[in-house]
Write a protein that binds this ligand. Structure first.
Ligand code: SF4
Length: 373
């Protein structure tokens, strides 16, 4: 299939028939993954702290230092979580946290070294906002910071903090967070050092279709240059417990009530929604991602935000990966969304959708096809 341009992508996103779009995405998926295998990884999300100075409006996870439920994970708890992950067949930890005002690069280096001294486990960690924060505090370049972390034991970098790669949107959603260019720069520097990363997109808040295309195009353009993204993971904004829906202009519960607010009438409301993206919106964006990102090998279905049944449907709309079994997840849960599934549920869902389940590592190497379970 010929590569599509931004104009065609916008047209597809706005007006195409959902099933036709899904069939095209499925065709691309079958070409890239002809064996009918759907992968998953056994890993654990470990959030080392929820204290964060960025205070993004869409985030329900962050706390101030003085909040009663603010925390920094101690080593004993961290090691216990890793031991448990390995016992459950896990091969990786995803370690991420808030931007803590008291932590500097020596904390992260020591953390990584202590993990690697004790455990044989892949460390996928620290999203671009965390890496930029460490670099800025230390006065180091991004290249030097990533190299230091890599030498200390960081194996790969998750694509968190991307939300929508459009500065127009970022200024409204997360004005204290790094902009589009720095997010891309972290990924580029990591790729140049030979590290692999993922790319994500959080949609369904205040962006327009044009912003989604801008995001997809930024990922595709960098991937053309570096080939360092292993996967793309689109997921939808979860509005529960976030400032975006709690501020005065957003706290009303219906469109009509919203329309009567002075903020709406004066155009200051950002047209935020009170509900997560619908199933149709999710599938449409997932399918378009598969078609547009023809140079990114894997597209991940997000059962954590969409639930197992929709994630299963996503396998016919371009996705070929089920992501993590998520022994632990805290960030989406903080927004009030919690789908509880076991490894067996995931295996069953993949098989029931007509695919062969297989456990993988971060590089998408197959560790083993699941023959029973
Ligand atoms: S999304 Fe990340 S950077 Fe933003 S407030 Fe939450 S933890 Fe902090």
């Amino acid at each position: 299939m010929k590569r599509i341009n931004k104009k065609t992508a916008l047209k597809l996103l706005r007006s195409s028939d959902l099933l036709s779009l899904g069939m095209t995405a499925d065709k691309v998926r079958r070409k890239l993954h002809p064996k009918g295998i759907v992968t998953f990884i056994i890993d654990r999300n470990i959030n080392y702290t929820n204290i964060c100075i960025n205070r993004c409006k869409f985030c329900a996870f962050w706390r101030n230092e003085k909040d009663p439920d603010a925390y920094i994970l101690n080593k004993k708890s961290l090691f216990k979580k890793i031991e448990e992950t390995i016992r459950l067949g896990g091969t990786q930890i995803l370690i991420q946290g808030g931007l803590h005002p008291e932590l500097d690069i020596s904390y992260y280096v020591e953390l990584l070294k202590s993990i690697k001294e004790k455990f044989n486990i892949h460390v996928h960690g620290f999203s671009p906002p965390e890496i930029c924060y460490m670099a800025d505090k230390a006065g180091f370049t991004l290249k030097k910071t990533i190299k230091i972390l890599n030498d200390a034991g960081l194996d790969s970098i998750p694509g968190g903090g991307a939300e929508i790669l459009s500065d127009r949107i970022r200024e409204k959603l997360s004005p204290n967070k790094i902009g589009k260019d720095r997010w891309l720069k972290v990924m580029e520097e990591a790729h140049k050092l030979g590290m692999k990363t993922t790319a994500t997109m959080m949609f369904g808040s205040i962006e327009k279709p044009e912003d989604i295309i801008e995001h997809l195009d930024a990922v595709r353009t960098l991937q053309n240059k570096t080939h360092g993204f292993t996967a793309f993971i689109p997921w939808s904004f979860q509005p529960g417990n976030t400032e975006l829906v709690q501020s005065t202009a957003y706290s009303v519960q219906s469109k009509n009530a919203l329309r009567s607010t002075p903020a709406y009438r004066s155009g200051r409301h950002h047209a935020v929604r009170f509900y997560a993206a619908t199933a149709v919106e999710y599938l449409r964006i997932l399918a378009l991602s598969r078609i547009y990102l023809d140079n990114v090998p894997n597209i991940q279905a997000s059962w954590v935000t969409q639930g197992l049944k929709l994630a299963q449907t996503a396998l016919r709309f371009g996705a070929n990966d089920f992501g993590s079994t998520m022994i632990e997840e805290n960030v989406v849960k903080a927004a009030g969304v919690s789908y509880c599934v076991s490894k067996e549920d995931i295996i069953h869902a993949i098989r029931a959708a007509g695919f062969k389940p297989a456990q993988r590592d971060m590089y998408y190497n197959i560790i083993g096809l699941v023959v029973s379970g």
